[in-house]
Design a protein around this ligand. Sequence first.
Ligand SMILES: [Mn+2]
Length: 319
Amino acid sequence: MYDLIGDIHGHAGPLERLLTKLGYEADREGVWRHPSRQVIFLGDFIDRGPAQMGVISIVRPMVDNGAALAVMGNHEFNAIMYATKNPDRSGEYLRVHSDDNWKQHEAFVKAVGGSRDSDVTEKQQELIDWFKTLPVYLDLEGLRVVHACWHRPSFDALAVYLDDGQRFRENAWTDLGTKGTAAYEAAEVLLKGWEIPLPLGITFRDKDDKERDQIRTRWWERAQRGYRQLAIVPDDAIDRIPDSPIGADSLPGYDGDKLLFLGHYWLSGDPEPLTDHIACLDYSIAGENAADTTPGKLCAYRFDGEDQLIKDKFVWVSG
Ligand SMILES: [Mn+2]
């Protein structure tokens, strides 16, 4: 059976403590293993934290040696785009090297020996090639895994770009990196979540103090509810979000009755299911917002084949 682990973001110490707590041990080759269980990582291994390579050196051997499965997070996706030349614009990359994008990715680029102005380093390219082997989603017996949103129409839109292991084909990257293509929009939904625009003129500041006019939503809800009830925003921003109802059909809902595991959403508080069937395991281990005085958690869920989530099966360590 599986132990699912949420967003790690360069925090290797908490990852070792969590694996130990779950009964995993490093073997003679240094691969963390459990005698009868496998980890499923929900993506977002990199960016932000102090031990970028430390996390990779735990996760990658586990995946490569069958001790773990993993899906791609938006940070691995962004890392690939950041390192891939835009074929239509000489000297540019599919993810532009803007100040904001550099700030988000700086810890990783420096950890692979690069700098703001350097070309992609050999070490960076090697890891990019590994990130490309991560599937976008997993649909297993009794459970499903995707980084941010389970959305059948987006899987369908990407079908021609995926191999039978749900990994992006090498010819996918240009379309995936080009705003306005169906591939770009679908990857945004699956890896970054279902966002909706706020009513005109309303904005809030996200965890990086960036002004936003779109909210991440509790996309699995179907009922007509207000922006505020459906928004996933930092606690100190919730008062900025209006109570007025969003339009009908604005959210896709969740179409399955298998358990679904997500990362991505920077939750806080005591880990618990979002619904009977949906759990987010991102409890903000990389929380570094000055307004956030509680340390984040690295969170796991012990899955044993149950068909409804059980609150007692969340396991975590603090940062
Ligand atoms: Mn994340």
